[in-house]
Design a protein around this ligand. Structure first.
Ligand SMILES: NC(=O)c1ccc[n+]([C@@H]2O[C@H](COP(=O)([O-])OP(=O)(O)OC[C@H]3O[C@@H](n4cnc5c(N)ncnc54)[C@H](O)[C@@H]3O)[C@@H](O)[C@H]2O)c1
Length: 354
């Protein structure tokens, strides 16, 4: 088991990764505690083993769980049970659950204690980390949200035993992103341990999840609220990735869209002279090794170029007629570059044409 205590502005975050880490829940004592969990994943016995008297609220997965009406109905339940400032919300599930539960913990009485227990690989390496949470409104993803840090992130590898391999691969795209932009050692580790990662070897997954968590927290520590242009590195591959998602009317999974997005954005970085020669090859090599898509022809869904380009206009890193792009310069390093909108759109059209 690996453990670390991280300071992010005004919060202390305990990160615990490894088999059996769920037992750390027993340290939460004498509080009213609600466990918000995914209805599809049976967690009640596992949690009750360490916290026998908690209140469980199951929620559905998928984007419909992130509707405000769902948030309000959970708030009503907490209110009926007299939840108070010192009480706990424990989120047990994938990114959907941690987004919803984190949002509720942040707004109820301006903040209950929050513990994230991710059960998907994407949750363990990304969604449960960094304090962003969001719910949807008017069919717009994450329109309403807050920044709110959990006091603990517990990633117990036992949950991954039941996780389909496709879900593992979707999360691996984000891990590869950390390796490419922030952490050459992680890139090399992934290169050397493909079979053990895919076979869910616990020792190797513990290393990958722990490193990814600290890589992401390292960035969040420097720019928690995304105001200093540092946190944008976590968006590498996401401008083109979001365009692919939008162009397919959200039929392409996020992890696959950003895989293709990373290749395209690395090509732009190389062509504009920001990335050293060979970076595109390095990106391609690792994605191919893990069987992730690297070219639009490998994406099954049709892509409407007009919708895709429109999504680039809406990119949150958009400034006047340019977009701030985090470009890899060589493996493990990156640079923020302001690129004219038309340039990005021109490259995007090339990358997205089947
Ligand atoms: N806040 C952030 O920083 C952040 C970052 C990335 C993604 N997200 C959000 O996360 C969501 C996606 O998260 P996700 O990919 O974890 O998806 P998810 O939460 O929808 O879970 C994916 C599927 O895995 C199932 N599942 C969960 N745990 C399982 C287990 N242990 N075994 C078997 N099946 C299991 C779920 O029931 C679901 O069907 C999106 O809404 C996205 O916006 C948030």
């Amino acid at each position: 088991m690996r453990e670390s205590l991280e300071d992010i502005c005004c919060s202390k975050i305990r990160v615990i990764v490894g088999e059996g880490s769920l037992s750390k829940l027993s340290e939460i004592k004498d509080s009213n505690t609600v466990v918000i969990y995914s209805r599809r994943v049976d967690v009640t016995d596992k949690i009750n083993k360490y916290l026998p008297n908690v209140y469980f609220i199951p929620i559905n997965d998928g984007e419909s769980a992130k509707e405000l009406s769902n948030v309000i109905s959970i708030v009503e339940k907490l209110f009926e049970r007299n939840f108070d400032r010192g009480d706990y919300v424990i989120a047990v599930g994938g990114g959907t659950v941690t987004d919803v539960a984190g949002f509720i913990a942040s707004i109820y009485l301006r903040g209950l204690n929050l513990v994230n227990v991710p059960t998907t690989f994407l949750g363990m390496v990304d969604a449960a980390i960094g304090g962003k949470n969001g719910v949807n409104f008017n069919n717009i993803k994450n329109l309403i949200g807050t920044f709110y840090q959990p006091s603990m992130i517990i990633s117990d590898l036992e949950f991954l035993e039941t996780l389909p391999i496709e879900e593992l691969k979707k999360g691996l795209a984000e891990v590869i992103k950390y390796g490419l932009t922030l952490d050459k050692e992680l890139y090399d580790y992934l290169s050397l341990n493909k079979d053990r990662v895919i076979n869910k070897d616990k020792q190797v997954l513990e290393e990958v999840i722990f490193r990814s968590t600290l890589d992401k927290l390292g960035i969040v520590k420097e720019d928690e609220r995304e105001t200093k242009g540092i946190r944008i590195v976590l968006n590498f591959g996401h401008t083109i990735g979001h365009a692919i998602e939008a162009g397919s009317s959200f039929n392409v999974p996020h992890g696959y869209a950003i895989s293709v997005g990373m290749v395209c954005e690395a090509k732009i970085a190389e062509e504009l002279g920001y990335a050293e020669e060979g970076v595109v090859e390095d990106v391609l090599w690792l994605l191919q090794l893990y069987g992730l898509p690297y070219d639009i022809s490998q994406i099954d869904a049709p892509i409407d170029i007009r919708l895709a380009l429109n999504a680039i206009n809406m990119d949150k890193k958009h400034r006047k007629d340019a977009i701030l792009m985090p470009f890899p310069t060589r493996i493990g390093s990156w640079k923020k570059v302001e690129v004219p909108l038309d340039t990005i759109k021109g490259f995007a059209e090339q990358c997205l044409k089947k």
